[in-house]
Write a protein that binds this ligand. Structure first.
Ligand SMILES: C[S@@+](CC[C@H](N)C(=O)[O-])C[C@H]1O[C@@H](n2cnc3c(N)ncnc32)[C@H](O)[C@@H]1O
Length: 236
């Protein structure tokens, strides 16, 4: 598998701002085994060529792309609950990919494939235009310090990349537990004419908007945070 996250020895001035730092978390033995055994079936290698999603799943079903799926529990749950949909998950953290592969095997699902790379690059290079019905971005890294706000993944260029791969009328689902990131998301989306807001829901974790709970949501709730969920519609 290729988990080239781009954090190589290139001089800093040539690197773009990324929404993640590569964490050094080690793979557990079971995650490594899952990567060895299951990646050839459920993993997608990074490539400059666009993915033929119909060929990948052997059918033309509604498609969901999840960005930054973490340990993948919530993503695998969605795939199990919706066998009529196909799911693509993108995550840079290799142990999370290993964990998600374990869940794929436990749940016996065949409608989920994983990519281990920077989603910003994958969106531009590998996802064909107008090929996806829904994008999920659940609890993106909040980058709370002001000097790090530029690392937040929700930026105008990211929204343009999402709009390109979504079918007209496709939806972008976002959730956060950081009040200041919620303000940022409200502002960036209000200034973006590629999406309109279909629904915005502020809640205490008990009424997520068309999604299962996630690990980082639970962590935020333990810290007393409130949750904001949005559904934005493309091409409105
Ligand atoms: C705060 S965690 C949330 C994980 C999960 N969605 C949840 O709610 O439990 C954010 C995740 O996004 C991943 N991530 C951040 N930037 C990314 C990028 N550009 N491409 C792929 N994954 C990214 C991180 O590695 C991390 O696992």
């Amino acid at each position: 598998m290729s988990a080239d996250t781009g954090d190589s020895a290139e001089p800093r001035k040539h690197r773009s701002i990324r929404s993640f730092v590569r964490r050094t978390g080690r793979l557990t033995a079971s995650q490594q085994r899952a990567l060895d055994e299951l990646w050839p079936t459920y993993g997608i290698e990074v490539d400059a060529a666009p993915i033929d999603i119909t060929a990948l799943f052997g059918r033309d079903a509604p498609r969901v792309l999840e960005i930054g799926f973490g340990n993948g529990d919530s993503l695998a749950t969605q795939a199990a609950e919706h066998p009529e949909r196909d799911f693509l998950g993108i995550e840079v953290h290799e142990p999370g990919v290993g964990h998600c592969l374990i869940r794929i095997r436990e749940l016996g699902i065949s409608n989920l494939r994983l990519i281990c790379h920077d989603a910003v690059e994958v969106l531009d290079r590998q996802i064909p235009a107008a090929s996806v019905d829904r994008i999920n971005l659940y609890f993106p890294d909040p980058w709370p310090k002001k000097r790090h706000h530029k690392r937040r993944i929700v930026q105008p260029a990211f929204l343009a990349a999402c709009a390109r791969v979504l079918k007209p009328g496709g939806t972008l689902h976002i959730a956060t537990d950081w009040a200041n990131y919620a303000e940022h998301i409200d502002e960036v989306l209000a200034a973006c004419d590629l999406f309109s807001c279909r629904e915005r829901r502020e809640h205490d974790g008990s009424t997520p908007l068309d999604r299962p709970p996630t690990k980082f949501e639970q962590r935020g709730l333990r810290h007393g945070h409130r949750i904001v969920d949005w559904i934005f519609v493309s091409g409105q």
